[in-house]
Structure formats: C-alpha cells, structure tokens
Design a binder for this molecule. Structure first.
Ligand SMILES: Cc1ncc(C[n+]2csc(CCOP(=O)(O)OP(=O)(O)O)c2C)c(N)n1
Ligand SMILES: CC(=O)[C@@H](O)[C@H](O)COP(=O)(O)O
Ligand SMILES: [Mg+2]
Length: 631
C-alpha cells in the first residue's frame, strides 16, 4: 500500500484538516500500516487493529493534546503513535533506543499518561479532569479502557470517585469502554456477562432518554426512536455506570465512523462524567487475528502477514513458563489440595494445560491481582494448597495482600513469579526487578531463586511443600537447557551449594545469573556458589566463603537496592565480618525496552560484565587459572 493519505498526517492537526469523508480511507491505511509495521518488529497486534477507527475518531473530534487521551494498558496505542508524529519511528518499536510499545510522557506530548499495567486510566483521567477544573482550564480528559481492564478493582474505585462532585467540582471526564469481549484470553466474571447483556439489548439501551441527544445525528437514532415506541410502559433500568454517576451512552459500533464521530462530538460538548460503551472486534480487519484473538494478541517477532504466525522450523527451547506449567499439572496429579490461580494470564503463565486438565481447580480471576492473593489466602485457610501464578511486575499490585492476608497468618500460598528480572521488549513497566527486595523483607516469606529448569521444578516443589508462604522466581524465556527430572525432590531448605572452588573472590549467585558467574569465574579462578535461597539465606555458607576469600561478589537479576546482595551484606554485618563486597544487579534506574540479552549486557550482568566489574573493583585477574569445577 502507498499510504498516500497517512503520509500527509504528521500530527492530529493534519488529520483534523481532512474532510470527514476521507476518514474511512485514513482508517484503512492506518490499519494496513500498523499490521505491516508490527509484522516487521513484533509487538501487540489484536488490540491495535481493533482500535483503529476509535483512534482516528478521537483525534478528529478532540483537540489533542489539549484534550487528554489516557489509554489503559497502552498496548493499543500503535495507531495513536502513527497519527501523533511517530509514523516513521514504528520500525524502532520496542527496540533499544526506539519508541516504546506503551504510551510514555517523555516520548510525546500526546502521551498524557504512561501505562503498561492495566486499569489506571480512569483514575488518571479523573485526576486530569479535576486539575483542569482547579486550574480553570476548559478541556476534556478521556480514559479509553478495555472490557478486560475494566474488571480490576481499581477501575471501579475510580468510577466510584469520578462520578460524584468533590467540593462542588465535577470533572469533565469521558470514559470509553472498548468492549471486544476479550482479555488476553476470553474474559471471565460477572462483569463480562453484564456487558454481554448490555450488548444484546443494545438498541434498547440506545433508546433510553439519556442517549437520545447524543444519537440525534446518527443512524441509530431513527431505529432507537422506533424501538422506543414499542417499549412504552416498560420500566427502563439504569446501567451500573449510571448508578456510579455517569451519563451512559451505547453500546455503539466502534468500527463505524458514522456512529463514532457524531457520538463523540456530542459527548465532547457535554459537562460532567460521561460514559461511552463501544463494541469492537479484537484483530479487526486481519482475518487471522479475528479468528484467533488469543494467538494474535501479540507477535513475538517478525511474521509474514499473508501467512500469519508460523511455528519456527527448529523447536524453541523449553521456557521456565513451560517448566512451571508441567510442574503444576504433575503436582496437581499428586496432591488433590492444589488449586491454581491466575489473574488473567493463563497463556503467559503456562496454565493452558492445567485449565484443560483440572477445570475445577483452575481459577482465572480476571485482572485482579489483589483479589487473587487474598482469594488464595482464603483457600489456604480451609486446608487447600493454592499456587498463585503471577508475573513479578503484576504482584506489585498485591503487596498488602501478600503481607496482611498471607504472610501475617503464615498461610501456605506458593507464588510462582514468572517474568522475574528484565523482560525485554515490554520494558520498564513489565520488568520484574523488585520482587526479591519487596518479598524478602516480609516475615514468614521464603524466597527461592532457581538457577536452571530442573532446579526451578524442584524449587516449585520445595515451595509447595513448605508450610508457609513462599515465592519461586524465574525469568521470561528459556534457561540453559537442563532438562528437568520427572522426579520431584525438595531442595535442602535454606541451603546453597558451591559449584566451583577458586581463590581470592567468591561469587554468590542468585538465580540464573549462576551461569554467567560460572563463566566469569573460569577466567578469574573465582569460587562460585549457587545460593538457591534468598530467604532463608544460607548464612553458614556466606560466612564460610567470607572467611576463606579476600572478597565477596553477589550477582542477581533484581535490583541491587534491598536485593539478595543486601541480604548477604546484612548477614556479614551480623556475623561481624568486614570483607569487601561487590553487589552486582540491576541499577537504581528504570531499564528501557529492548533485546533482553543486550540489556543484561548493558547492565554488566553477562559473563564479560561480571568479569569486568570484578577486575575493576578488585584488581587484575589472577595469573594461575585452575579448573576446579565442583559439578
Ligand atoms: C495489572 C495488569 N495485569 C495484567 C496485565 C496483562 N494484560 C495486558 S493486556 C491484558 C488484557 C486486557 O484486556 P482488555 O482491557 O479488554 O484489552 P484488549 O486486550 O481486549 O484490547 C492483560 C491481562 C496488565 N497489563 N496489567
Ligand atoms: C500488555 C501486556 O501486559 C501483556 O500483553 C504483556 O505484554 C505480555 O507479556 P508476555 O509476552 O511476557 O506474556
Ligand atoms: Mg478486551
């Protein structure tokens, strides 16, 4: 495609200069452009294809960036990026130095709020709307939120707050619910059923008094007017959103510019909290994605749009996620008390097989991380053994639940923390850098950091068998390729192991950094311990290594501050030892998106980086290198 029209749009102002009749062509070119660019870079696909018309309509009707658009999650902002001056940067999407896959305030004035985690948009837009009132500015704040993201408690906390006047102030906030009847996997829960009911009664809803003025110029109006004649005398119930104080309009077809534009124009001119319910199709306009929205939620890399996603010729290495998924099924077979919980990440957390095989013991609770943890606590109170499979970054949402509902009561909940450490293309919002620091300080909480696939399986078993809360953290992607043993055996509780005996320097490795540490140690003739546990920490081993070496190095793929290295220094202090310690890990900054291997290298956490840091801190490498690998 030539993209003739699209290439004339370098900002929304250019779009707004176009006659209304050209917008269908803009949308068609935009959809093709997004598909083509994602096919070259990888990235989120279905949600972007589904919001093309909405994006065009929003930038056409609203005076962006003066009016604020807040995109929930932000995984649907590629069309927005293209229309807001980043068309030519789409080839750098999610790469080091390139543009982000999510909105970023430092990337564009049109990105009014940074997102990545879901369900924040209504709160943020409400804040912006109230700020406008306080500052005497006349502008609108628009939150665009999906049906999946709407399931989170936070979205309802925001509705609860935004629909009423504060000290006489009512924000001019518009919430657009983009209902495509999909989360990453099919959506779950009562809200989904409720939205389906609203959809099935769509014309009935459209006939309601509140929607009349909004629909005045739309084709739906005539239909609604006629329909109303048939419903005379019926009691018309309000939607739940009206109960929250919003003027509810919809549902309307979110791909039909002839409905979208006049409806948005009407809502733009209304004061106070407005709610527009639109219906879209995830993957719209790309048949393969429409047919399989789960698969086409995101592309992991390049693909040919004519063919779609194909299996790689050589089978990819087993991921830690798969190791977890297999362990979960095996453990469920062995122990009828096991219950598996996911906050809306069935595929990403490796629970598809578990769902199929143990449907009653599988619980997708929606995007509700906080609830997932307290729900697990309730199950544990009754003697069940819950496993909460959750990305490290999303567990941040449920910190109080971990402390207050699980740890204080010392309940046996196993947290399987996937995506620990850097995740790559999703960048800082999704990186799991903090879990070691924020879990190890919680009393009763055990923290396990397996170094390879087999150890991961055994660590999961160990954590599961432990009579108290435990986290087992593992990174995105594959490990070194150690095939897990079928047999499950508990790791010696709180014990590390020396994997290489050397001299002068002892490297205490946590998790998968064991392998680059071993490589660096070969060149430096250093000792390496696979610590396995951050908590309980093997203090005996720490003290022994501190006494027998000139220096200690700790290595982890989590933040340095408060992390496993800090645990080691605390143990050394407690033992009264004053050996020099070099703590290697992720620095006190947000690491941007990009190839995770390169990012780890930039952070000095590959073998060369570990070696260089040790040499820099403790001087030149020893001359004599002897091979004393313990295993
Ligand atoms: C707090 C949080 N939990 C989980 C996720 C992972 N996640 C990203 S998109 C998504 C589904 C969102 O569904 P919806 O809002 O309906 O948008 P759609 O993908 O359908 O466009 C999920 C679960 C997240 N980004 N943030
Ligand atoms: C937008 C979002 O939060 C998810 O789609 C996320 O990008 C999934 O990441 P994984 O690919 O690591 O499962
Ligand atoms: Mg959805």
């Amino acid at each position: 495609m030539e993209y003739t029209l699209l290439k004339s749009i370098d900002s929304p102002a250019d779009l707004r200069r176009l006659p209304r009749t050209e917008l269908r062509r803009v949308a068609d070119e935009l959809r093709a452009y997004v598909l083509e660019s994602v096919s070259r870079t990888g990235g989120h696909l279905g949600s972007n294809l589904g919001t093309v018309e909405l994006t065009v309509a929003l930038h056409y009707v609203f005076n962006t960036p003066e009016d604020r658009l807040v995109w929930d999650v932000g995984h649907q902002t590629y069309p927005h990026k293209v229309l807001t001056g980043r068309r030519d940067r789409m080839d750098s999407l999610r790469q080091i130095g390139g543009i982000s896959g999510f909105p970023r305030r430092d990337e564009s004035v049109y990105d009014t709020f940074g997102t990545g985690h879901s369900s924040t948009s209504i709160s943020a837009a409400h804040g912006m709307a109230i700020a406008a009132k306080l500052k005497g500015e006349d502008r609108k704040a628009v939150a665009i939120i999906g049906d999946g993201s709407m399931t989170a408690g936070m979205a309802f906390e925001a509705l609860n707050n935004a629909g009423i006047a504060h000290g006489g102030l009512l924000g001019d906030v518009l919430v657009i619910l983009n209902d495509n009847d999909m989360s990453i996997s099919p959506p779950v829960g009562a809200l989904n059923k409720y939205l389906a009911r609203l959809m099935s009664g769509s014309f009935y809803a459209a006939a309601r008094e509140g929607a009349k003025s909004v629909l005045k110029n739309t084709p739906l109006y005539e239909f609604a007017r006629k329909f109303e004649e048939h419903t005379k005398g019926m009691v018309v119930p309000g939607t739940i959103f009206e109960e929250f104080g919003f003027n509810y309009v919809g549902p309307i077809d979110g791909h039909d510019l002839d409905s979208l534009i006049p409806t948005l124009e009407n809502l733009r001119d209304k004061k106070g909290p407005q709610f527009l319910h639109i219906v879209t199709k995830k993957g719209a306009g790309y048949k393969l994605a429409e047919a399989d929205p789960v698969k086409y939620h995101a592309a992991s890399g390049k693909f040919d749009p004519a063919v779609g996603f194909v299996k790689p010729a050589t089978p990819p290495k087993t991921t830690f996620t798969q190791v977890f998924g297999e362990w979960l099924c095996d453990m469920a077979e062995a122990d009828a008390r096991l219950v598996g919980i996911t906050p809306a990440m069935r595929e990403g957390s490796g629970m598809v097989d578990f769902h199929k095989r143990f449907p009653q013991r599988y619980h997708d609770v929606g995007i509700a991380e906080q609830h997932s943890v307290t729900f697990a606590a309730g199950l544990a109170c009754e003697g069940l053994k819950p496993v909460v499979a959750i990305y490290s970054t999303f567990l941040q949402r449920a910190y109080d639940q971990m402390v207050h509902d699980v740890a204080i009561q010392n309940l046996p909940v196993l947290f399987a923390l996937d995506r620990a450490g850097l995740v790559g293309a999703d960048g800082a919002t999704h990186a799991g850098n903090y879990d070691i620091a924020f879990t190890r300080c919680i009393p009763n909480m055990a923290v396990l950091t397996p170094s390879d696939e087999d150890e991961c399986r055994q660590a999961l078993y160990t954590g599961f068998m432990h009579d108290g809360p435990a986290t087992v953290r593992y990174p995105r992607g594959a490990g070194v390729g150690v095939v897990p043993a079928k047999a499950m055996a508990a790791l010696p509780w709180g014990k590390g192991e020396v994997r290489r005996r050397g001299q002068r320097v002892a490297i205490l490795a946590f998790g998968t950094l064991l392998h680059p540490a071993l490589e660096a140690a070969e060149r430096l003739d250093a000792t390496v311990a696979n610590m396995r546990f951050v908590k309980p920490l093997d203090t005996e081993l720490v003290v022994e290594l501190a006494r027998s070496h000139d220096a200690i190095v700790t290595a982890e793929d989590g933040c340095i501050m408060g992390g496993a290295g800090s645990a080691v220094t605390e143990a050394l202090n407690a033992a009264g030892l004053t050996v020099p310690v070099l703590q290697l890990g992720l620095p006190d900054e947000f690491i941007e998106h990009g190839d995770p291997v390169k990012l780890m290298s930039l952070c000095g956490l590959d073998a060369a980086g570990i070696e260089a840091s040790i040499v820099k801190r403790f001087g030149a490498r020893p001359v004599v290198v002897r091979s004393t690998a313990v295993r």
